[in-house]
Design a protein around this ligand. Structure first.
Ligand SMILES: Cc1cc2nc3c(=O)[nH]c(=O)nc-3n(C[C@H](O)[C@H](O)[C@H](O)COP(=O)(O)OP(=O)(O)OC[C@H]3O[C@@H](n4cnc5c(N)ncnc54)[C@H](O)[C@@H]3O)c2cc1C
Length: 429
């Protein structure tokens, strides 16, 4: 075989897999469909999370990768430390802390998910990925840009990956392959692994403006999530940091963004603002939001990062899973049982294997379906402003407080949560 390992996809998961495998002495090739491998052309909030964002009745992490990771600040560089898998990555780009996360009602009543604590950092994903690419190349990984992975097929002693590049179609043969081709993975599709997954929602489209000159008057470095049913029923308006002094404002359509920027409560923020860039993205692309892949190994193909997740593993989850997958493959090469360890780790490392994750996601849609007007949200957020956590969880946990003042709203919310609960996948053992 020409290669020990073919990695499909050059995002955080794929680059980390190629770097780790090459450093471990494997002969590795990475294919990426983009020309410029590290260029990011879809929206990403680029937050490195160091704290949990939310709690639920089960006291679990809000989403993404569960293990706490740390940022170490050195003289001129930063180091991201992953204690469980036990690796560190250096980073030399900008880093800006987030102190607050505020959910706002149409009149501006706040519910804090996080208050006055550093829970994450904005970092530059392209700079970070460029560091990974350079390490992978230095360690000897071969990189094939402008090459699309079409399908993978297990053979008795390895795997064949069909790819299409500038010179046409060819087949790469290797002992193992890693599928790191993201949420709409061709490789996962070709192995038939999506057939058993349950569809929980259609794809969620997002469009995002990068703006200069926004003045919120809120505490600095705040992630802001306004809920304004008259503009967007499903709550997805968000605003966070972007490169330089810019902020990123995102939602389902440009029409929503335009209406939000003209909303009487929020228009003053945008008096001097200017849109400087526009990016799009689809969450849960191609198939919509699916239940996760439980066993991310199909003989000689190992799945990492978003390719096996409902929506996102986060960048840090993609990195950790890629590292763990390569270590598992290394063990299999030396006759040990690496795969069972990787499968066990994958099932423990991500909150999306727990039904509470789907309770959170579906709870957000439940609220969107229950609000009849903006005043509903004002009433509830005003009532619950002293609580901390995601609104869908806090409201579910405090429904009885809403009953005396707004019995009909209480009934609507209760019914909507009950409907959502019916869709929550059962825990798999
Ligand atoms: C709106 C939004 C905001 C987010 N914000 C954050 C955040 O703030 N912090 C955070 O940690 N995470 C965030 N994420 C999640 C994060 O972007 C992903 O979890 C992470 O990038 C997953 O890495 P990956 O390598 O698994 O997949 P991807 O980043 O999707 O990388 C896949 C790569 O494979 C390539 N590719 C795809 N198909 C093929 C193919 N067939 N052949 C060859 N190449 C292919 C793609 O071009 C891409 O380069 C966000 C996601 C969304 C949707």
């Amino acid at each position: 075989m020409k290669y020990d390992l073919v990695v499909v996809g050059g995002g955080p998961g794929g680059l980390m897999a190629a770097k780790t495998a090459a450093e471990d002495g494997l002969k590795v090739v990475l294919i990426e469909r983009k020309k410029n491998v590290t260029e990011i052309n879809r929206y990403c909030a680029q937050i490195f999370y160091i704290r949990k964002l939310s709690s639920s009745k089960a006291g679990l992490h809000g989403d993404g990768y569960i293990e706490p990771v740390a940022v170490e600040v050195n003289d001129t560089t930063y180091r991201f430390n992953f204690p469980g898998p036990d690796f560190s990555l250096d980073y030399n780009g900008p880093l800006k802390p987030y102190y607050n996360w505020i959910e706002l009602s149409p009149s501006g009543y706040p519910i804090y998910r996080r208050k006055d604590t550093i829970w994450g950092f904005f970092y530059d994903k392209e700079t970070f990925l460029a560091g990974l690419l350079s390490s992978a190349q230095k360690a000897g990984a071969e990189i094939l840009p402008e090459t699309i992975g079409l399908a993978a097929e297990n053979t008795p002693d390895g795997v064949r990956v069909r790819v299409r590049g500038k010179a046409g179609e060819q087949t790469l043969e290797a002992r193992k392959a890693i599928a790191a081709d993201g949420i709409s993975s061709n490789i996962v599709d070709s192995l038939g692994l999506n057939k058993k997954r349950q569809v929980l929602s259609p794809p969620v489209k997002l469009v995002c403006y990068e703006l200069e000159g926004v003045e919120t008057g809120l505490p600095p470095f705040t992630w802001i999530a306004p809920c304004i049913p008259s503009i967007n029923r499903l709550m997805v308006i968000f605003m966070g940091q972007a490169a330089g002094d810019k902020v990123a404002l995102g939602s389902g359509t440009e029409e929503v963004l335009q209406k939000f920027m003209k909303h009487p409560t929020f228009a003053p923020w945008f008096r001097h603002a200017r849109v400087v860039n526009k990016v799009g993205c689809v969450s849960g692309a191609k198939h919509g939001i699916l239940t996760p892949i439980r066993e991310p190994v199909e003989r000689n193909v190992v799945i990492v990062g978003d390719a096996g997740s409902p929506t996102e593993t986060w960048i840090q989850g993609a990195l950790a899973s890629a590292y763990m997958a390569v270590k598992a493959i290394g063990k299999e090469f030396s006759g040990q049982k690496g795969y069972p360890e990787y499968i066990d780790w994958w099932q423990r490392a991500f909150y999306f294997h727990n039904p509470d994750y789907f309770r959170m996601v579906l709870g957000m849609f439940a609220l969107g379906n229950a609000w009849s007007c903006d005043e509903d949200v004002d009433y509830v957020y005003n009532l619950l402003q002293d609580k901390q956590g995601p609104p869908q969880t806090i409201i579910a946990e405090n429904l009885e407080l809403i009953k005396p003042g707004r019995p009909e709203l209480y009934e609507r919310l209760k019914k909507s949560y009950e409907e959502a609960e019916k869709m929550v996948p059962k825990a798999e053992t």
